[in-house]
Design a protein around this ligand. Structure first.
Ligand code: SF4
Length: 371
């Protein structure tokens, strides 16, 4: 039976709950207002737009001719205004074009850097300027935030090369062998794997399992690169990045013949033949760090073409040779698509909770290991 004392204790608790409920309703109402569709902003290049964006043009003036700026500036201003209105941040992957990467991106880097940065913000909305698996990773690490991808067709040939069912079949074929997944997979695939990795930590992740054999999905070339750096036996899936597999060793040798002093640095999603021609191999962040530290006179980045533009914008004095292989999926993310995403709040990434919980475990296991 409740004593008067306990009742008097309950009353303030109910009051607190009521106040909390009212607070939540108010915050939901303000969230709903902030998330309501808005009118498409005027996209005329006016003197006001020119003035508001001039400081951003300076960031990209080495790679975007002044004459092209009026086509970009109205979108950039509209997107940056809407970000404030929606309390949104944009995560810009290294493969985004410079006007996105340098002028609307709040966080810039590889997929893991981006997701981790976003987890530290108090933004309500994350717009992923990257491809679908990256948006899913952001959602896994930010389950309470609204994560948007500007184009649902922004996929990845590596992520498309394997399904959750394929991973289950691999486990049956190799009972007890742990499965490492490169971050370039869907949440459903991650949910079937033991741990996730990126190209910068793949060797460390593989060795952390303490196993003699490890199944590595989905990138065959990254798996070969890892196998060359460790005594652990690697069982590889046969997925490929359709952008990096286009580079050939002959092509790189031909480039080097034009200038033997040229430095060639490559991403480990390239074939072993290509990596043998490289002066340095590393993840996108590793490649950027290498260029900034070594400041070579001339460099060829063997990776998606926009990354050269983004690094060139910040590294005067370094000449970039651009073989220019573009990722067709990354290139679906444009300023108009990002603006649409913020105007209409589309396309929201939703992951079924049972899948998300297991996939998050694989991602967090990697983060805990590499922190
Ligand atoms: S560059 Fe390759 S790995 Fe990256 S998103 Fe495009 S297809 Fe996928």
């Amino acid at each position: 039976m409740a004593t008067p004392q306990s009742r008097s204790c309950e009353a303030p608790e109910r009051g607190k709950a009521d106040r909390a409920g009212e607070g939540k309703a108010a915050s939901n109402a303000s969230r709903d207002a902030r998330f309501a569709p808005v009118e498409m902003p005027d996209l005329t290049f006016t003197p006001e737009v020119a003035e508001a964006t001039e400081h951003l043009y300076e960031r990209v003036s080495r790679v975007i001719p002044r004459i092209e700026w009026p086509a970009f500036a109205p979108y950039i201003k509209a997107i940056n205004d809407l970000k404030r209105q929606r309390n949104a941040v944009i995560l810009a992957h290294n493969y985004m074009t410079p006007e996105i990467f340098h002028c609307v991106g709040d966080f810039r880097g590889d997929s893991l850097q981006l997701a981790r940065e976003a987890a530290r913000t108090d933004a309500d909305v994350i717009v992923q300027a990257g491809v679908h698996f990256m948006a899913e990773t952001s959602k896994l690490l930010n389950p309470d935030k609204t994560v948007l991808i500007p184009d649902l067709e922004a996929g990845c040939s590596l992520a498309a090369s394997i399904t959750a069912e394929d991973v289950r079949a691999l486990r049956e074929a190799y009972p007890g062998v742990p499965v490492v997944t490169y971050v370039n997979t869907s949440a459903e695939v991650k949910a079937e794997c033991d741990i996730c990795c990126t190209s910068s930590n793949a060797v460390k992740v593989v060795e952390s399992l303490g196993a003699k054999r490890v199944i590595f999905v989905p990138d065959e070339y990254l798996a070969k690169y890892v196998a060359g750096q460790t005594d652990v036996e690697i069982i590889a899936w046969k997925g490929r990045c359709e952008v990096h597999e286009r580079f050939t060793a002959d092509e790189l040798r031909a480039y080097r013949e034009t200038d033997p002093a040229m430095r060639i640095i490559a991403h480990p999603e390239c074939s072993p033949d290509v990596l043998r021609e490289a002066d340095y191999t590393g993840s996108t962040s590793g490649m950027i760090k290498w260029v900034k530290e070594h400041k070579p006179e001339k460099v060829l980045l063997v990776t998606e073409c926009s990354m050269s533009d983004n690094v060139a914008a910040e590294t005067p004095g370094v000449e970039f040779v651009r073989p220019c292989n573009l990722c067709p999926y990354m290139k679906l993310i444009t300023l108009p698509a990002i603006l649409d995403s913020l105007v209409y709040m589309k396309h929201e990434i939703l992951i079924p909770e049972d899948v998300a919980a297991r996939a998050r475990r694989a991602v967090e296991r990697m983060i805990n290991l590499t922190n």
